[in-house]
Design a protein around this ligand. Structure first.
Ligand SMILES: [Zn+2]
Length: 345
């Protein structure tokens, strides 16, 4: 497909800053099958037969990627007593990649990201997905901030000390008292709040209590695909009022209603991503749309955007759909950068 990209699109892509709001790449590094710096090669270990890989440094460079947000997701086997340690281990895997390559830079602010772009390098921004690792204590958030954390997803699908994830939505619970304290402390410190996976009552509460713009780091629009992980029109409207950004994901079942399984690789494509971008842009404006692939968090390869090296296809496709260059620049990372600048500096 890349041979179809126009010179104009390639030139625009070369100039703009890209920010992808979510990936699970650190888990592949920890499991030992992903050499991030030198590039993924299919592992011989039979446990990882057929494993999918979407992101590594060579492919980030090939795709002209500026900034990737690396999520630290604490899997169930570490809960509850090893959650903080597991987050720290994932931070360490992230630092090892930064220390292992001059071309991969740890960024914590909008100024850092602009400098990386100017230097022609690529970079990582650190987030946690679910706050189990904070153990209900903002002191740990303050320490994580010192370690470079700048984005926090309140929940995965489970219930935790701050709020209920989507898997607990039946009870209608919003933020706990700790959750409210956490929102306020994140605002004060300069940690971006992320409502991906949060149950609807919690999302409402975050909008009520947060004085800073928030993100949904990987989602779609319910108006296109009726999936529980997608934002409905009311939530999108609240997000626009908040000044936040909905980062459209590539997870096949979220963006294409015909797909029932994460690994159904034949049905979903980059065209589905565009449908969700169009919907959100039309509903709440182009200033509130971003990209949040969830690369390395789902099986299969989305047609047209099989891995991070293919993101020039997003720039080209948006231009083709009639978005102006400055609008494409906003969607590909400019809006996300605005939130980082406002919240983190
Ligand atoms: Zn997720």
């Amino acid at each position: 497909m890349s041979q179809e990209i126009s010179k104009e699109a390639l030139e625009l892509h070369r100039q703009l800053i890209t920010i992808d709001g979510h990936c699970d790449t650190l888990l592949g590094i920890q499991r030992g099958y992903l050499d991030f710096i030198n590039g993924f090669t299919p592992p011989e270990d039979p446990r990882y037969k057929g494993v999918v890989s979407h992101i590594d440094l060579p492919r980030m460079k090939a795709g002209g990627a500026t900034t990737q947000v690396f999520a630290c997701f604490v899997e169930k086997q570490y809960l509850p007593s090893d959650a903080t340690n597991q987050a720290l281990r994932l931070f360490d895997y992230f630092y090892q990649q930064v220390e292992g390559s001059d071309d991969f830079v740890f960024v914590k602010s909008a100024a850092d990201i602009r400098a990386v772009k100017k230097a022609g390098k690529t970079s990582g921004f650190l987030s946690i997905e679910g706050v189990e690792s904070l153990e209900g204590d903002t002191a740990i958030l303050r320490n994580f901030y010192k370690l470079g954390l700048r984005q926090a997803g309140l929940t995965w699908n489970w219930r935790n000390q701050a709020a209920d994830g989507l898997g607990e939505a039946r009870t209608g619970g919003g933020l706990t008292e700790f959750g409210v304290e956490l929102v306020k402390e994140a605002n004060r410190l300069g940690v971006i709040l992320d409502v991906a996976h949060l149950a609807p009552a919690g999302i409402r509460d975050v909008f009520a209590f947060s004085e800073q713009p928030i993100l949904d780091s990987h989602c779609g629009a319910k108006g296109v695909t009726d999936h529980e992980r997608n934002l409905d029109d009311e939530q999108l409207d609240a997000l626009a009022k908040n000044g936040g950004v909905a980062c459209i994901t590539f997870v096949p079942p979220f963006i294409n209603g015909a797909v029932k399984e994460y690994n159904d690789r034949d049905t979903a494509s980059i065209e589905d991503v565009f449908k969700h971008i169009d919907y959100v842009a039309k509903r709440i404006g182009v200033d509130h749309v971003g990209i949040g692939s969830d690369f390395d968090g789902f099986d299969g390869y989305l047609r047209g955007i099989e891995d991070i090296s293919r993101i020039p296809n997003l720039t080209a496709g948006l231009l083709k759909r009639g978005y102006k260059p400055d609008e494409v620049t906003k969607i590909m990372g400019g809006n996300y950068l605005r939130v980082i600048e406002q919240v983190c500096g």
